[in-house]
Structure formats: C-alpha cells, structure tokens
Design a protein around this ligand. Structure first.
Ligand code: ADP
Ligand code: MG
Length: 683
C-alpha cells in the first residue's frame, strides 16, 4: 500500500532521483541548479515547517517564483506524501499537463510515474504516483467516487486568485472535508492538509475563509518594467499588435516578445500575418520564431515555448491569459498587451432562462499588472499596452468570481450526486437565486431532477459522463434510439477544445465549394458527422494504403487540409470518443450501435439533450426560443444560415451585436412534444 512506501529523509535541497533518470548527468545537475536558484528555494525549510505545522496555509508569491513546481516537490521530499498523494489543482488543462511534465523531469522520473497528471479526457498517473497535477474540475469529479478525497494527504489549490467556479466549489468542499477528516473527536488517522496558492495579494479573504489560516509570502524577483500606453484607443488589436511587434523587432535590442491575446482564433490569425510579414524582412535581420500558447495545443507543442531561443533569432510568443500567472516563459523582455481576454459570462434571459457565452472583454487592472510583470523576470523590461492610460484607469480592479457569472447546471448536478445543495454549501461567494433557479429548470427539462428538485436515476447517469449534461443526455437518449455511434462522433467534436471548421476569410468561396459534399441538408450536427466520417475513412477506402500507416496518416492530413478542417480537433475528438466509449461500457450501453444513414434518430437524440436550446420560427423569419422566449437569429457561419424551417435546435447562443444561435439543426416540430420534463423515465 502507498502508506508503507519508504520515503527518503528530508534533505537540505533536493533528493537524488529515485528512479535513474535517462538524462545525462550534466543536464540533470543543470536542472537541480535551476531549482536551487528559484526565489522560493531560500524559503524551503520554512515552508516545509509551516505547512507541516498547520492544517491550512495560504501561500502568496510572485509569478515565476517557483510555487507550482517546487512546493509539491518540497512536500514530497519532506515525506508528506506517505499516507496519500499530493494533489495540485490548476484551472487550466495546459498548465496541469505542462507543469507535470516539468516536475517529472526535475524529479528524474518518467511522466506518469512519481509525478503525473489528470485532466478531462487525458490522464497519466499510476500506482507509483505521489504528486498529481489536476484541473480543479477533475478533482471535483473525484469527489463523486471519493467524497473525502481520502487518497490525498495534501491538496494544493493553485491559482486560487482566478476564482473559477470549480475552484470555489473545491474550496467549499475542502472546508467540509477538513472538518470530517481532521475534526476534533475524530481519530486523525488520515488527516488532510490544504495549501492555497495565489499570485496576487488577496490572501486575507482565503485566510478568513479557512478560519484565519496562516499566510506565507515568498519574495519574488521582479525587475522594473517600463509601461507604455497608446495615445488613442485602437480599433483593431491584432493589427496594432503586429505593428508594435515589428517596431520592437526592428528598433529594440534582443529579447523575446510575449503578446497577450484573447483566444485561439486571434492567435492563429496574428500568427499568419506575422509569418507573412517576417518573410519580407531583409535577410540580415534576426529570424522571427513564432510560438503559440493556448489551451488546445497538444502536450508536445506546449513544450516548444520553453526551448531556448536560438542565437540570431527572436521568439514571439502568442498567448492567451494562460501566460499571465500559470505558465512562466523564460527570456521574455517585451510584453504586448491587447488588454482583452475571453470571459465566460452567463446572460440571463427575461423569464429566468439564460445561457453562457464566451465574450471578449476588457481585462482587469490586476491582469494588466500581471501581464506587465512578465517582462521583468530576468532583467528590466518593457510593456506596450495597446490601450490608453485612461482605459487602464477605468478597468475593474479584479475579476468577479466565476460562480457569480456562469451557468450552474453542471455544478449543481455534480453537487446533487454527492448529496450537496448549493444553497447550503459554505462558499466564499454565493450565487444569486435567479442563477440557481435557471440551472434547476434546465436540469428539470433534461430529466436530471424531478419536480420536487430530487435527483433522478437519469441525473446520476448523466453525471457519470465527463460531458456537459446536455451532451450526456443525447448519449443516453441514443441508446433507445439506436444511434450511439453517431452521437458519440458528434459530441466528441462538440467537447473538444477547438473549432472543427477553419475559416479563412480570403478563401470563402473555395471553402464553400470543397465543403459542399459534406453539408447535410438538416444542418450543422449531421454536417459535422459527415466530416468525422469522411476523415476517418480516408486511407481505408484505398486498399493500397494502410489505415494506421504513414500513407493513411498523410492522406488524412491532406484530406483535412483540402476541406479546411482542423485536423487537431478531429484527433482530439477521436481521443475523447475512445474515453466516452469506456463511459458507455460502464453505464452498460453498446457504443457500436449505429443507425446507418438515418437522420431522424440522431436529431431526436440530440434534441433530448438540447431541449432547452430549441426555437420555433416566427412570421418575420427569426426564431423564438421555446424556453425563455428569446428571439434568436441563425449565425452566418451555420449551414442553416439562409434557411427557414419550422423548428431548430442549437449548441449555443453567441452574443455579438445580436443574439445568434450557433451549431444549428432543423428538427421536426413534433420532436419537441416528446422531450424534456415528460420524458424522465429511467435510463
Ligand atoms: P510560480 O508557480 O511561482 O509562478 P513556477 O513553479 O510555475 O512558478 O515556475 C518556476 C520556474 O519553472 C519558472 O522559471 C518557469 O519558467 C520554469 N518552468 C515551468 N515549467 C517549465 C517547463 N515545462 N520547462 C522549463 N521550465 C519550466
Ligand atoms: Mg504557478
């Protein structure tokens, strides 16, 4: 058992790797040297002492001081992982996987050995794992099977200042677990320790929440950063970022550039422009090396950002707010800050209905300061803000906790499965009643709860899938309708982190031409299914190529390129589908069941999940949502954009200058009568 595993005694700095590392001694000792030079290393003994002595510790420290990578290792080396694992939560998947990779390298053990990670749809951890990096969502899921998190002896809640919905739910649960595992009168045979870590100075609130927990500060190493604002506000931040980059590149001494952008689409579009213009630079100029950094990147690509910049070139990192506090990239001297980020926000509808949207919004002062700080880690730096000083002054101080502005549907369902009521949970900030009522309505419509607000057996099945409840509902419906294979193909694309269809604005008509044979008359969901099927049969149909051979892979890549389809999404979706098949097997359904080319079962199964996202046509050609009476238009990117049909379902509403439905399919009006609250029979 893990409790019996002998641990090395604490040492002054780091213990030698327990499994022989496959690194040369030179590399290994350079890594240990880097560890010793981090600002946090001087506080190692004090940290171990305080964390050992206190049930809860709040640790505040500048980004890059070594909190996330070092604290778990210190605790491991001091023997605190003997009775259970050390779990470190991250709000983002990319951070969890890339930090685990770094820490396993520092420990000299293979990833998934002593150091591992677990994120949705991807896990590398095993019986030897003592330090596990996970998303806060994964750890809240683990509560379903292990309500006291008894496999852990220490939980480190990292990036707590972000106050994501999952972090807040986790903090509330940790408070309960501490009472149950460590409470007076209990034999403390398996006590839990909690460490809350944050990059900003909001320690008091966390400390108060945990009954005045001890606060520790790590002094960082921050050099001065000169900040420039624009004199006028910029209308096109991508163009403005590009110009600023080339000004730096042409006029300023060596040093890498980090550009903060709201999302993946902006990153990809700026990357294209930068690549195009840097090819036109005179050849005696340093080469521009562009490195994107966003959530949907594959693990191998994530590591590119840490590779040293070759001599005679300048790295230009295009990142979302992932690089704000979670990941520290070395070598950055210049920061370009667009002042924007994507934020999930719940838009409440008139009759208690509502929906989550991802909006590009102005960042807060605290984010702006963090972004600027990234330029001053290794020496004096420069930050170019693409907004005016006035705009900075008008920014909100810090982001509002996500629990106050997001849909609570999934959260409430998960809480119900562990017998918790969100209104009774002791949260740092409690959501308002309207948000809770709207989520409960939604759960009622998909049959997850009954009219007495009790969890139904179906609700429990829905929660067992690592999917949004709406998608899980479609999977469950597909069982009786005989189309599980089709629904899994569709929801795995919907659950992946990037878009399937690429949109290249100067090639619109070319794209429309090649995609024509993929487009299904009933709309976007079956078009998506055609695409998944089209891709996966490439190279198989042709007997001369092997499905998994190099030729097959190349043929598929070429097919994706020709159809302007994001191959990364398809590969991620295939991986998600594999995991969903396992979930189906556990829930006792056959994932192979297919309805062939029949469209009706697929649309009906989807309608069961998207019942709250249904709308009927109105005389003026717009659509009116059946729940909530919201007027919506079909998004121009949809294959249904120019069609008028009696009834539609859609994946989401997006809000730009008006409310658009995206991911739209035409359904029979009669479907709607058979859905929702009337259909709560057992799965
Ligand atoms: P903090 O959590 O205090 O912000 P971290 O522990 O994340 O600090 O970072 C400490 C150091 O580890 C930083 O200098 C960072 O650049 C480095 N680091 C983190 N991940 C990697 C990686 N994958 N490869 C190389 N260096 C890394
Ligand atoms: Mg960190």
């Amino acid at each position: 058992s893990p409790a019996k595993r002998p641990m090395p005694p604490p040492q002054a700095h780091s213990t030698p790797p327990r499994k022989k590392a496959r690194l040369s001694n030179g590399v290994a000792s350079a890594i240990q040297e880097q560890r010793r030079e981090l600002p946090i290393a001087r506080g190692r003994e004090a940290l171990i002492r305080e964390i050992s002595a206190n049930e809860v510790t709040v640790l505040i420290g500048e980004t890059g001081s070594g909190k996330t990578t070092q604290v778990p290792q210190y605790l491991l080396e001091a023997g605190l992982a003997q009775a259970g694992m050390i779990g470190i939560t991250q709000p983002r998947k990319v951070a969890a996987t890339s930090l685990a990779a770094r820490v396993s390298l520092e420990q000299g053990t293979p990833l998934g050995g002593c150091v591992g990670y677990a994120v949705r749809f991807d896990e590398r951890a095993g019986p030897d794992t003592r330090v596990k990096y996970l998303t806060d969502g994964m750890l809240t899921r683990e509560l379903l099977g292990d309500p006291l998190l008894s496999r852990y002896s220490v939980i480190v809640v990292d990036e707590a200042h972000e106050r994501t919905l999952r972090t807040d739910l986790l903090l509330a649960n940790l408070k309960r677990i501490l009472r149950e595992r460590n409470g007076s009168g209990k034999q403390k045979e398996n006590p839990l320790k909690v460490v809350v870590m944050s990059a900003t100075m909001d320690a008091e609130k966390f400390s108060r929440f945990f009954n005045d927990a001890k606060i520790l500060y790590v002094k960082g190493r921050q050099h001065p950063v000169k900040i420039y604002h624009t004199s006028q506000s910029q209308t096109d931040y991508i163009d403005s970022a590009m110009r600023t980059f080339f000004q730096i590149h042409v006029d300023q001494p060596p040093g890498d550039v980090l550009i903060f952008l709201p999302g993946q689409e902006d990153i990809e579009s700026l990357q294209k422009s930068l690549e195009m213009f840097s090819r036109q630079l005179p050849i005696d100029f340093p080469t521009v090396l562009i490195v994107p950094m966003f959530a949907a990147l594959q693990a191998s690509q994530q590591q590119d950002v840490f590779k040293p910049t070759p001599k005679g070139s300048r790295k230009c990192i295009l990142a979302t707010n992932i690089a704000e506090t979670s990941i520290t990239i070395p070598g950055v001297r210049y920061v370009i800050d667009t002042g924007k980020s994507k934020e999930k926000r719940y838009l409440a509808g008139p009759t208690g209905s509502g929906f989550d949207t991802l909006l590009t919004r102005d960042i807060t002062k605290s984010s702006a300061m963090q972004r600027a700080g990234r330029a001053g880690r290794e020496g004096p730096g420069f930050c170019y803000r693409l907004y005016t000083e006035d705009a900075f002054k008008q920014m909100a101080a810090a982001p509002e906790p996500e629990i106050l502005r997001c849909s609570l549907v999934q959260a409430i369902l998960q809480l119900m499965c562990v017998g918790q009521d969100i209104q009774e949970l002791e949260l740092m900030d409690s959501p308002d009643d309207d948000a809770i009522i709207s989520a409960l309505k939604n759960l009622f419509i998909i049959g997850a709860i009954d009219d007495k607000r009790r969890l139904t057996p179906l609700g429990r099945v829905l929660a067992s899938f690592p999917l949004e409840p709406a998608h899980a509902r479609a999977v469950v419906a597909s069982k009786d309708l005989g189309c599980t294979s089709e629904i899994l193909d569709i929801v795995s694309v919907l659950a992946s982190s990037s878009k399937l269809f690429l949109d290249v604005s100067d090639k619109r008509s070319e794209i429309a031409d090649v995609r024509r044979k993929l487009v299904h008359p009933s709309g976007d969901h079956l078009t998506l299914l055609n695409t998944v099927r089209g891709y996966s049969t490439v190279g198989i149909a042709d007997a001369s190529t092997q499905e998994n051979g190099k030729a097959g892979r190349n043929a598929r890549r070429e097919w994706a390129r020709q159809h302007f389809v994001n191959e990364r999404t398809l590969r991620e979706a295939a991986n998600i589908r594999d995991q969903l098949r396992v979930s189906c097997e556990r829930a006792g359904f056959d994932w192979k069941v297919s309805c062939g080319d029949a469209e009706e079962p697929v649309l009906l199964a989807l309608s069961h999940g998207l019942a709250q996202n249904a709308a009927l046509i109105t005389p003026d050609g717009t659509y009116k949502q059946t729940a909530g009476q919201q007027i919506v238009k079909i998004h121009p990117s949809s294959t249904m954009a120019d069609k008028k049909v009696p009834a539609i379902i859609f994946d989401e509403l997006v809000y730009t200058n008006q409310i658009y439905a995206r991911g739209v399919s035409s359904i029979q009006k009669s479907f709607l009568a058979s859905l929702g609250a009337f259909n709560t029979r057992k799965a």
